[in-house]
Design a protein around this ligand. Sequence first.
Ligand SMILES: *[C@@H]1O[C@H](CO)[C@@H](O)[C@H](O)[C@H]1NC(C)=O
Ligand SMILES: *[C@@H]1O[C@H](CO)[C@@H](O)[C@H](O)[C@H]1NC(C)=O
Length: 381
Amino acid sequence: MVFVFPALLASLAVLGNASPVAQPAITPAPKAPVAKRATSCTFSGSNGAASASASQTACSTIVLSNVAVPSGVTLDLSKLPDDTSVIFQGTTTWGYKEWAGPLLQIQGTGIKISGASGALLNPDGARWWDGGGGSSGKTKPKFFAAHNLISSSITNLHIQNTPVQAVSINGANGLTITGMTIDSSAGDSQGKNTDGFDIGSSTNVVIDGANVYNQDDCVAINSGTDITFQNGVCSGGHGLSIGSVGGRDNNVVDTVTFYNSEVKNSVNGIRIKGIENDTGTIKGVTYNKITLASISKYGILIEQNYDGGDLDGGTASSGIPITGLTIENISGSGAVSSSGYDVVVTCGSGACTGWTWSNVVVTGGKKYAKCTNVPSGVACS
Ligand SMILES: *[C@@H]1O[C@H](CO)[C@@H](O)[C@H](O)[C@H]1NC(C)=O
Ligand SMILES: *[C@@H]1O[C@H](CO)[C@@H](O)[C@H](O)[C@H]1NC(C)=O
């Protein structure tokens, strides 16, 4: 237990809270106005998560140093005052339990989350991995609910071996994630649904320089506006995905850019999925300067007949138009396995318009014979 700070005690006293040293955990919400919160608090060990959660309003900087989060507990920093900094130090661990999670939750405005040099967030997902992913076998906790982060940043976090999905971004407006590593490569035989970034209902999100080693989507954007993923590396998973779009509360994807990134050792390179017979919008999506290598099934897969599985044979529908799509500077010479397909485009009637397709080189696999309603200039089959 490391939460003994003269400054924290002073601030608690100012707030009229007479908590003894051992119990900053019962700090109530401060009464406004809070004069100063220039307090840095460090939390460690098995009480660290509870103490940090309870002290959110008292600390302008929260240092989580070698925190061991007990089983079945969320490391919960969802009530942070504006402009709080959260710094992970050493190794953060989580106990084992079959539950839905999340294991980590951070929310607020002007929040600066960072990993100190050498810091590791290690939920040790192998304890849950059984090949069943999110749909069968053990109930596996989702890892990081990065929800409702406004004008915030996440810098240099290194996450290792998530039980299932790693980072869920929802309700963000103005979030920059820089230099994040998500390495669940140890799950290549039993890990499943270990998505890197799942993004929904968010605006102005930039993910720069991420390294994702996993077994599902590297990035999946179900909805949102002004989202950029750049300078990233994706390995082992299902590629750079829009969707699936449709059937949710928010079914609008508008202005998304994937730029200067590499997808390797993956099932797909680039993928856009509109759910058959649903409604929504996919507009202004750009993939530029993407390098593909060792893709097993689809170099580029764009479908409006998604029904839970790839190319299940349904008829592409027109309720989720894909407009203003740009695919350019894609380097994938010999990238696709000989049993896979280079490019698949299945559009509904009139539902794919305003596409730019230039300098796309994706080869190695088969040509797909059943592309439908392919916009002019697009090489499919
Ligand atoms: C989509 O609608 C068509 C026409 O009503 C129907 O034949 C088809 O089965 C539907 N597809 C799905 C996946 O529900
Ligand atoms: C992408 O390709 C276009 C032409 O297809 C070219 O004008 C542009 O400079 C390229 N951009 C990058 C970032 O390579």
